[in-house]
Design a protein around this ligand. Sequence first.
Ligand code: AOF
Ligand code: ZN
Length: 370
Amino acid sequence: STQASAQGVASDFDVRMMQRCLELARRALGRTSPNPLVGSVVVQDGEIVGEGFHPRAGEPHAEVFALRAAGERARGATVYVNLEPCNHYGRTPPCSEGLIAAGVAKVVVGMVDPNPLVAGGGIARLRAAGVEVLVGVETAACEQLNEGFVHRILYKRPFGILKYAMTLDGKIATNSGHSAWVTNPSARGEVHQLRAGCDAVIVGGNTVRLDNPYLTSHQEGVNNPLRVVMSRQLDLPTDARLWDTAQAPTLVLTQVGANPEFQKFLQQKGVEVMELPSLTPDAVMSHLYDRGFCSVLWECGGTLAASAIAGGAVQKILAFIAPKIIGGSHAPTPVGDLGFDTMTQALLLERVRWRVVGSDCLVEGYLTAK
Ligand code: AOF
Ligand code: ZN
């Protein structure tokens, strides 16, 4: 019937409302893990009568805030939400029941929740109660916003992003290790924004010694990720900026029994130190999963980057390329030895995008497990 086909089609208005959901969801950027970023809008007679977003795990879900704001005007309304409403008792009660109790007529869902506790159950529950449900509006944008959450749910590891900045001749620093700066200020600004959306940023000891980075988001009121240093020997400087934990917390991961004196020094500085039985990228990601993290940024040098890639700890690559030439036969490159001898072994990026950032170029793409 005409009615059935009309029900299944998203309008331009639906698209705009879903984009509004994503905008609302992003207000909690970097603060919701292990939960997803979710925004919701309640519409009555073509007008927004309530909005909400999920502020952090343990707090009510987006739909609850939006329904509260709409009050009685939720009856007969259409509710937009970028992730399928939940149907389980977690830290909070099921949103499916809340939507049914509020008497909404229709729910428009951006994407199905991959969480096995939900996974289509929320949609089925709503339909069983006679609520019309439209699924799949702005799905690609919804999936990208929560790619960390989705990866965490599916693989029981945080989503790993490797970010690096290199010159046009493929170097991340000069022969001497100097690297401030490869890219222009607007590219560095993008990196700060990227950090705001991540739960942790990881470097190795070499980056601490050579770059002495802050690894913060450099902006008031936005999330700073946990700064993680991987170091086997703890042969690290005493005056590193990362040991100042006033701006953001720091975690040093090392191997069992490493440099007890330095461990004590770090702890006195307020730096958390943890010994892992084996200090591999996967062991680190496993630990960060246990902490409830969704997205982790690798901002390390080439040696650690290669082992993170080889260890399956990198799902996405962001390469900033600056139109500079520095040469140097010993100048470090973004990815160290992967043990490949022929071009046929090359890791191929998928869903590749290019864009200009100031005077630099950003290449983004996804690695898939071979
Ligand atoms: C929604 N809207 O705003 C969020 C959802 O422990 P809980 O009760 O917070 O449940 C967490 C799970 O609920 C999370 O893993 C995800 O599947 C879903 N999150 N769902 O409908 C929201 N934050
Ligand atoms: Zn919910």
